[in-house]
Design a binder for this molecule. Structure first.
Ligand code: ATP
Length: 239
């Protein structure tokens, strides 16, 4: 893997009061890579993403993005530097329309022409959103809300997209559509750090993967290598 990476997470610790959720997580995402973070419920996957995107302040360790130390930086400072987070539970605004939600994704941009062309791109990527652009986001199906969350994150023109459980609660065909679209997003040059409960899906999609257990990385390797690992097959792929 190329060095230095786009994102380097080095020994990051996160606590919620007395609960130590991350005990020193170290991982990296290279330019153009899709990296998956897998692990059981409560392993610390969401906390890792939240620490990276500035939603949580680490109590230890260091995070570097594009060669800059961003440890402790806030989310609104990281968006203009090229980091976008499509959070767990999607986080769309239910009482705003699809279009208004998308426009919010571009709120820090001033290039009206660029925004208009990126809106068209999101409609090409997810035609369903174009049909529903005047509809309130709260009335969308779960899959459509997930598409909206991803499209909204992309409207900030990120270099790195952080995705938390895009398959959660979705039918297999809908999940398949979303992952096919994510492949196109990655092919357009966006690096992706993906948290997924569905290890099979995640490791098939990702170039590289990390396994998290009780707040620590316990295994790492190429996506396909992890898929073939007997330990992973037993613990995470139900074999
Ligand atoms: P899941 O797949 O269930 O979301 P996860 O791997 O994303 O799990 P985290 O959500 O990061 O794990 O949680 C890591 C640990 O931190 C868990 O023990 C969890 O109970 C705890 N935790 C997470 N959020 C909070 C919070 N706001 N307050 C207290 N403890 C929390």
């Amino acid at each position: 893997r190329e060095f230095p990476p786009l994102l380097a997470v080095d020994g990051v610790k996160v606590s919620y009061g007395a609960i130590q959720a991350l005990r020193g997580v170290t991982l990296s995402v290279g330019k153009g890579e899709v990296v998956a973070l897998i692990g059981a419920n409560g392993a610390g996957k969401t906390s890792t993403l939240r620490a990276v995107s500035g939603m949580l302040k680490p109590v230890g360790g260091r995070i570097t993005f594009k060669g800059e130390d961003i440890t402790g930086a806030k989310a609104h400072q990281l968006v203009p530097r090229g980091m976008a987070h499509a959070p767990e539970g999607r986080g769309v605004f239910p009482n705003l329309t699809v279009l208004e939600n998308l426009e919010l994704g571009a709120y820090l941009r001033k290039d009206a022409d660029g925004i208009a062309s990126d809106l068209e791109k999101s409609y090409t990527l997810f035609p369903r959103l174009k049909d529903r652009r005047k509809q309130l986001a709260g009335t969308l199906s779960g899959g459509e809300q997930q598409m909206l969350a991803i499209a909204r994150a992309l409207l900030s023109r990120p270099t790195l997209l952080l995705l938390d459980e895009p398959s959660l609660g979705l039918a297999p065909q809908v999940t398949e559509t979303i992952f096919r679209n994510l492949q196109d997003v990655n092919a357009s040059g966006v690096s992706i750090l993906l948290v997924e409960q569905n290890a099979h899906l995640a490791l098939n999609f990702a170039h590289y993967g990390y396994v998290l257990e009780t707040g620590e990385v316990v295994m790492a390797g190429a996506g396909k290598a992890l898929l073939d690992s007997p330990e992973i097959r037993k613990a995470y792929l139900g074999e």
